[in-house]
Write a protein that binds this ligand. Structure first.
Ligand code: NAD
Length: 260
């Protein structure tokens, strides 16, 4: 029970990686807040956790909307008495070459990944500092926080940007017992990835099997996808780590696709 007595808010936790992190934290004793723009799916995810004996609350939150973020985090604090861990995880992907990318598409992706990370960080950090309870802030980066791929300019830009935000929060948060770190997964078969397999096949003029084998998993040591469980285990390790010895770091979990 490595998270016993702690409150964790996970954005984008109605699906994929965030859902597994919320379930893992709940099994480890945390009270979890499932914050997602898709409120129906967030409620379903919270209900699943409750059925397994965990404590969970669903909150409607578009992470790009300042008022929704502030209100959702206030709701979580009211319900559970505070927030100890933020996992800023909500995200989308958009597959297009730079020459075909519209400004709206660029701005939308940056808003969800970067405005969302900033707004949720600010609200949680204010609370962690003022309440003197400290905390742990974890950003869902990607191998694309370290490496580039074609057709993913806004995503690669945003994921690199999260490392900068993390390092600043690690420095500003240290005096208040707040740590900040980034988890950087390789490809995980969530709805976000299922959607881009046919999109990449079309853009690159190859089959879906070739996208999986020759694009997504080509550089891994064993041709395997990373799983939501792998990512949740690393996130749990960071969330439960007790001191400032581990802060401002980014940990890659990618079957060796990227080696530091
Ligand atoms: P997913 O599509 O399964 O889940 C994303 C969740 O985010 C959904 O529940 C969605 O409703 C929510 N969301 C989208 N926009 C939102 C907004 N504006 N406000 C609040 N919630 C919003 O995707 P996933 O693969 O689980 O991705 C989760 C995170 O992991 C993302 O940041 C993604 O970039 C990152 N990531 C994924 C992979 C992968 O291969 N799947 C690899 C590396 C990093």
């Amino acid at each position: 029970m490595r998270m016993k007595g702690r409150v964790a808010l996970v954005t984008g936790a109605a699906s994929g990686i965030g859902k597994d992190i919320a379930e893992t934290f709940a099994r480890e004793g945390a009270k979890v807040v499932i914050a997602d723009v898709s409120f129906d799916n967030a409620q379903a995810a919270a209900a699943d956790i409750q059925k397994s004996g965990g404590v969970a609350l669903a909150v409607a939150m578009d992470v790009t909307q300042e008022q929704q973020v502030d209100a959702g985090i206030a709701e979580a604090i009211n319900a559970f008495g505070g927030v100890d861990v933020l996992v800023s995880n909500a995200g989308i992907q958009h597959i297009a070459a730079v020459v075909d990318l519209s400004l709206d598409q660029w701005r939308k992706l940056l808003a969800i990944h970067l405005d969302g990370a900033f707004l949720t960080t600010r609200a949680c950090l204010r609370h962690m500092v003022h309440s003197r309870r400290g905390g742990s802030i974890i950003y869902m980066g990607s191998v694309h926080s370290k490496e580039a791929s074609p057709l993913k300019a806004p995503y690669v830009t945003a994921k690199h940007g999260l490392i900068g935000l993390c390092k600043v929060v690690a420095k500003e948060g240290a005096a208040h017992g707040v740590r900040a770190n980034v988890v950087c997964p390789g490809f995980v078969r969530t709805p976000l990835v299922e959607k881009q397999i046919p999109e990449q096949a079309k853009e690159l003029g190859i089959s879906e099997q070739e996208v999986i084998k020759n694009v997504m998993l080509k550089e891994t040591v064993d041709g395997e996808f990373t799983t939501t469980e792998d990512v949740a285990a690393v996130t749990l390790f960071l969330a439960a780590f007790p001191t400032n010895a581990l802060t401002g770091q980014s940990i890659v979990v990618s079957h060796g696709w990227f080696m530091q």
